[in-house]
Ligand binder design. Structure first.
Ligand code: ATP
Length: 891
């Protein structure tokens, strides 16, 4: 019975679920049901437990090498009578490293979870008589859900009301065409899901119309819950970037193994003890592996994502942060994104008269045509007018419509009063493909009137007659000419123009649809409304251009209006072209591909054109960001490299299909997000360069020492202390580096370009060599004065401290570090300070010194350490001066 809600009358179900369809549940009732039924979510998302995360840290090749190191140290320790201290230290470092790794991964995961929550679907429910928006997971059985076009159905519902409602439920039923829904009871006993027309199932989407339903199943109790195991989608923290870095680590691991074998053989041939050589080989392996690289990149991305939220952009997946930095084209909607979406009606035109709404006539001065223009457009709006005490009022709804309600109120025409007099009985809702909508209202004499409004061409296409001075006559060519001239005049001053028409009918047709209703209408007139550009957009467009990013306007609005606004904000410049959706339709793919770069404005575009526009740019190897808010925008959002949806006005479907959600719907935010993407990528490169130059230095040091046969300059625990402890803090803190001055004046990064550009290889090479050589010098000085222990101590000190100074070199590849204040990145300053303390701890605290096998240095040795550690700064500054620090293709 439970599954047969479709065969039960709604009233019965409402009774069973103890809810009224006009008030919904009470908050207490909701709380109680939430505890009883649990949150409305699929339990498929298996979260990794902390323990799992911890053990996963041990899965790398590094651990194997470190374990070998521990064993070798243990054996040597026992043989030489020094005990197992070193072996235990290595094991301890391994565990500490795993703990740090776990904590960091957990942190990254939590920030992703928080983000997921932010970008998870919302629904409108009726509770305590009020419609409120809530996260869909908070829905309980018995909730009354209000559905509009573009909503994702949050739970299984029995429909109470369905107005022209169509639902796409292909994921559940395999039916690719949206199905029409109704609230009628179905008599049949056994119906397959696809035929249950009065039910709406969780995860399906409303593609048309609106409706209301009562929740009969949530979470795992929904139809999709039953097949949930097929839909597991855990979000992994692993991104292409971190994968690439992981692979790099592996390659370096194998290379290291090769060199290890080589060193081992050479050492033994020199006549050294094989165990000692094994130790040296293991040291080298430890030195060669960039242990912190992968986790640092993930954390830096996760930190970046949090910063993006503050900039009003919710990035839904980590890889998108990387792609953001490479965006070369931003295709943006106009209304609300480039403009404020604060419409005000400023002009009207009907039957040859113009109405100036800025200096409106008195209500009694309106002639019958003008009254019809206002009345028809008012009856054909979904905006809600609420009169407040003290003569104030509030209008809710689509800005195009609230503008009309507001303008009419200025002429003493009250929408509520009009709706009461002429109640709406039917409607064909607005959609961006038809670009018009109509309502049928019952008139005082019991007959019906169709009121229609929409784009001019779309209204003219269905009008055969015209109202002039109270009389109706067929539309002539001249009428059309005059109307178009009037439209052109308004559009050129950047006004959005809506046309209005009506017709009377004695009876209602059997079926209300665009075909049966929207024909043979009487044209009434035009309304022109202004939607000012967002002031910050002009600056953002300029920024795009200096950053090598092409802004393109895509709008459903009229071409002339679109071009006027695009000109105002700098998107449309001399020599640019503007086309309409129809033009695009007529073009074949080759022509569109050839000309796409010339078009700055696409007007009268329907969502399906957007996909072709994205593809045309992409076939020029461009990386496209495309905005969208409607259901039909989903394919274009998916096709784009970065799909951007609108947090405020966007539909849930669009949000689901996008990579980035703008919480302020603002074009300028996309540009800031791109800037942030570039900054994050730069900083990851800095971290890679920083960590790898240390590795190269260490390898070189040990390699030369082994060839020269002067003993092992660094033990594994000393290397580990640097690689895992004192180096990773500054590497992480590099993520907080402010954006480079030229971050938005250089060309976008080619996404195919890996991390290792020529410049990068050169820098890692010579900077690593410098660090390696100064450490070698320190080793030799120490060795001469106090044998191997002092040599190792000094090599360790120089390696550690020089890295901490070297990190300052990384702020910019071109500019001197002295041009950057040390306070520009306070986290880095803190990290350097902390790491320095950790180095000192090993070098001066007696007990710790013993564990790490270092000896005390005197004043002269410290002076050497200080001077040698400064060398990388001098060398890199010189290289920057000689322009050797970067290659031509780099910033
Ligand atoms: P964008 O610039 O973001 O694409 P848009 O508002 O211009 O947005 P749509 O909302 O798809 O795009 O509107 C397209 C056209 O449909 C408008 O230019 C207008 O002519 C018409 N239109 C828009 N809203 C309504 C409405 N509420 N009723 C009737 N017609 C409308």
């Amino acid at each position: 019975m439970k599954d047969r809600y479709y065969s039960q009358p709604v009233e019965e179900i409402l009774q069973q679920l103890k809810v009224s369809s006009d008030r919904g549940l009470s908050e207490d009732e909701v709380k109680e049901r939430l505890t009883r039924y649990g949150p409305n979510q699929l339990q498929s998302q298996k979260q990794k437990t902390l323990l799992m995360m911890f053990f996963e840290q041990f899965k790398s090749i590094m651990v194997v090498i470190l374990l070998i190191a521990a064993v070798v140290s243990g054996v040597i320790g026992v043989m030489e009578g020094e005990g197992l201290v070193e072996a235990f230290v290595i094991l301890a470092i391994l565990v500490i490293n795993a703990v740090i790794g776990t904590v960091q991964e957990k942190k990254a995961q939590s920030s992703l979870d928080a983000l997921n929550k932010m970008s998870s679907p919302h629904s409108k429910v009726l509770r305590e008589g009020q419609v409120t928006e809530i996260t869909s997971t908070e829905i309980v059985p018995g909730d009354i859900v209000v559905l509009d076009t573009g909503d994702i159905i949050p739970a299984d519902l029995r429909l109470i009301e369905a107005v022209n409602m169509k639902v796409q439920e292909s994921a559940l039923t395999g039916e690719s065409v949206p199905v029409e829904k109704s609230e009628e009871v179905l008599e049949a006993k056994e119906l397959p899901l696809g035929d249950r027309d009065n039910m709406a199932f969780s995860t399906s989407t409303v593609t048309y119309g609106r409706g209301k339903g009562v929740v009969v199943g949530t979470g795992m109790e929904t139809e999709v819950g039953k097949i949930a195991h097929m839909l597991q989608n855990t979000q992994d923290t692993e991104t292409p970037m971190s994968k690439r870095l992981g692979q790099l680590g592996k390659v370096l691991g194998y290379v290291a193994l090769g060199i290890c074998v080589f060193i081992f053989i050479i050492g033994v041939l020199y006549g050294n003890h094989w165990l000692e050589m094994l130790m040296m080989a293991v040291s080298l392996a430890v030195a060669a592996i960039p242990e912190g690289l992968q986790i640092v990149s993930t954390i830096v991305l996760a930190i970046g994502v949090q910063r993006l939220v503050k900039l009003n952009a919710i990035v839904r997946t980590l890889p998108s942060v990387e792609t953001l930095g490479s965006v070369t084209v931003i295709c943006s909607d106009k209304t609300g994104t480039l403009t404020q979406n604060k419409m005000t009606v400023v002009e009207g035109w009907t039957g040859g008269n113009r109405i100036d709404f800025r200096n409106p006539p008195l209500p009694e001065e309106l002639d019958s045509d003008e009254q019809m223009l206002l009345q028809s457009s008012l009856l054909c709006t979904d905006a809600h007018l609420k009169m407040l005490s003290g003569g104030e009022h509030e209008i809710a709804g689509d800005p195009t419509e609230t503008a009309i309600v507001d303008a009419a109120l200025g002429l003493k025409m009250d929408k509520n009063e009009l709706d009461n007099r002429f109640p709406r009985v039917e409607e064909v809702p607005f959609d961006s493909e038809r670009k018009r909508m109509s309502t049928i209202n019952r008139m005082a004499d019991g007959k019906f009137r169709v009121n229609l409004k929409g784009g001019l061409d779309e209204v003219l296409a269905v009008s055969t007659r015209i109202l002039i001075h109270g009389k109706v006559r067929p539309v002539t060519e001249e009428d059309i000419e005059t109307i178009k001239e009037e439209n052109q005049r308004m559009a050129q001053s950047a006004l959005r123009v809506l046309a209005v028409a009506y017709k009377d009918m004695d009876t209602l047709p059997d079926e209300v649809s665009t075909e049966t209703i929207e024909k043979d209408l009487i044209f009434v007139g035009l309304l022109g409304m202004i939607d000012p550009a967002r002031p910050e957009v002009v600056e953002a467009v300029k920024k795009c251009k200096t950053a090598g990013i092409r802004p393109v306007m895509i709008t459903g609005d009229h071409k002339v209006t679109a071009v006027a606004i695009a000109g105002e904000i700098g998107i449309y410049n001399e020599g640019d072209k503007a086309v309409t959706g129809t033009d695009v339709e007529e073009m074949d793919d080759d022509t569109l591909y050839r000309d796409v770069e010339a078009y700055s404005v696409y007007a009268r575009v329907a969502p399906e054109h957007k996909v072709r526009i994205v593809k045309a740019w992409q076939s020029h190897d461009d990386i496209v960001a495309m905005t969208g808010d409607g259901v039909n925008d989903a394919p274009a959002l998916k096709q784009a490299d970065i799909g951007v949806s609108m947090g405020v006005v966007g539909t849930e479907v669009a949000k689901e299909a996008s990579d980035v959600i703008l919480t302020d719907d603002n074009f300028a935010t996309i540009v800031s997000a791109v800037e942030e993407g570039r900054r994050i990528y730069d900083n990851i490169l800095k971290a890679i360069q920083f960590l790898l130059s240390a590795n190269v230095g260490e390898v070189l040091l040990i390699f030369i020492a082994s060839i020269a046969n002067i003993g092992n300059p660094l033990t594994p625990i000393l290397i580990l202390w640097i690689n895992l402890v004192t180096d990773s803090l500054p590497a992480l803190a590099l993520s907080m580096d402010p954006a480079d001055k030229d971050v938005m004046t250089r060309k976008p990064r080619d996404p195919k370009q890996g991390f290792f550009t020529r410049g990068m290889i050169r820098r890692i090479g010579y900077q690593g060599a410098t660090i390696g050589l100064i450490s070698l010098a320190a080793y030799i000085i120490g060795f001469k004065d106090g044998g191997q222990p002092l040599g190792q101590t000094m090599a360790f000190a120089v390696l550690g401290f020089s890295q901490l100074l070297h990190v300052r070199n990384l702020h910019s590849n071109r500019r001197s570090s002295f041009q950057t204040s040390i306070f520009s990145n306070k986290s880095l300053l803190g990290a350097i300070f902390l790491s320095a303390l950790l180095l000192f701890a090993v070098l001066v605290i007696p007990g710790v010194m013993e564990i790490f096998g270092v000896t005390a240095m005197d004043g002269t040795h410290w002076l050497y350490v200080g001077l040698l550690s400064l060398v990388p700064i001098v060398v890199v500054e010189l290289m920057k001066l000689m322009k050797f620090n970067h290659s031509k293709d780099e910033y």
